[in-house]
Design a binder for this molecule. Structure first.
Ligand code: HSE
Length: 291
């Protein structure tokens, strides 16, 4: 008996939407949980991960909370989302584990309760929620708003070879921010939501500004300034850090997207960082569970 879950990659924050805005992308990770006999060890196939990996810990959490013994599994992984690059790989694991266990237990709980467990495990909602539901999501307390995304706005990812842990990228954030910076972000987030809906370049340019996390994190990403400049010169609306980084995300019109991707990868190479760039899409497809 088993269950398979596919979960999309996500890009969180999108500049000013720190810890509250994220979007599902058109590629993802597949996790197959096949139950093993009691007493057998957990087996992981397809990636070099320990038995107590995040997907299995999320899976176990649901069994434990429902008072059931946690069964061993063979966990088979097909991973397309690079690890520790700011593209929601940990959210894919958490969502997959929670949804797989819930399906195997006969789906006794309301979705919102499970989603809350998944968010609590991750610590912030802006990858987990769009990974689960698909599309672009704004999360505020218990509310999830689906944010319209104009089809002519393409996310362009420049993914460097080096990794950056979310913990390290959160450790550089200050306890407090200047009042003016907080106010700037409020306006930018409003502009961004309108810009995403209308596909309006001027609103997007203004709306992709952030003062809450990027000023502190950009120094953790060698080549940030060069890659940003290259993307803007190639016609991007703006460049932000994808999630906690180090991937950089540009938003661009379809006519410019390929040139923006090439320019970003080249700029990184010129400062000695190998990077791959890809043009993606925001996808309405959230996590898919198959028994
Ligand atoms: N909002 C989170 C952060 C996303 O920026 O730290 C990390 O996955």
């Amino acid at each position: 008996m088993g269950v398979e879950v596919w979960v999309p990659a996500t890009t969180a924050n999108l500049g000013p939407g720190f810890d509250c805005l994220g979007a599902a992308l058109d590629f993802g990770n597949r996790f197959r949980f096949a139950l093993r006999g009691a007493g057998e060890p957990v087996e992981v196939v397809g990636a070099d991960l320990p038995a107590d990996n995040l997907a299995y810990r999320a899976f176990a959490l649901v069994y434990e909370r429902l008072g059931q013994p946690v069964p061993p599994v063979t966990l088979t992984l097909e991973l397309e989302v690079p690890l520790a690059r700011g593209l929601g790989s940990s959210a894919t694991a958490i969502v997959a584990g929670v949804l797989a266990a819930h399906r195997l237990l006969g789906e006794p709980l309301p979705e919102t309760e499970l989603l809350n467990w998944a968010v609590a495990l991750e610590g912030h909602p802006d990858n987990v929620v769009p990974a689960w539901r698909g599309g672009c999501c704004l999360v505020c307390g218990v509310h999830v708003c689906s944010i319209p995304w104009h089809p002519d706005i393409l996310p362009v990812l420049a993914i460097p070879e080096f990794t950056l842990s979310t913990a390290a990228a959160r450790a550089v954030l200050p306890e407090q921010v200047p009042y003016h910076d907080a106010v700037t972000n409020l306006g930018a987030l409003g502009c961004l939501l309108q810009g995403l809906k209308r596909g309006d370049p001027a609103l997007l340019r203004q709306g992709l500004q952030d003062r809450l996390h990027q000023p502190y994190r950009r120094r953790l990403i060698p080549g940030y300034d060069q890659v940003e400049q290259a993307a803007l010169a190639a016609g991007a609306y703006g460049v932000v850090i994808s999630g906690a980084g180090p991937t950089l995300l540009a938003l661009a019109a379809p006519a410019q997207a390929t040139a923006v991707a090439t320019a970003m990868a080249q700029a990184w190479q010129e400062v000695g960082v190998q990077a791959t760039a890809r043009v993606t899409r925001v996808s309405d497809k959230g996590a898919q569970v198959k028994s």
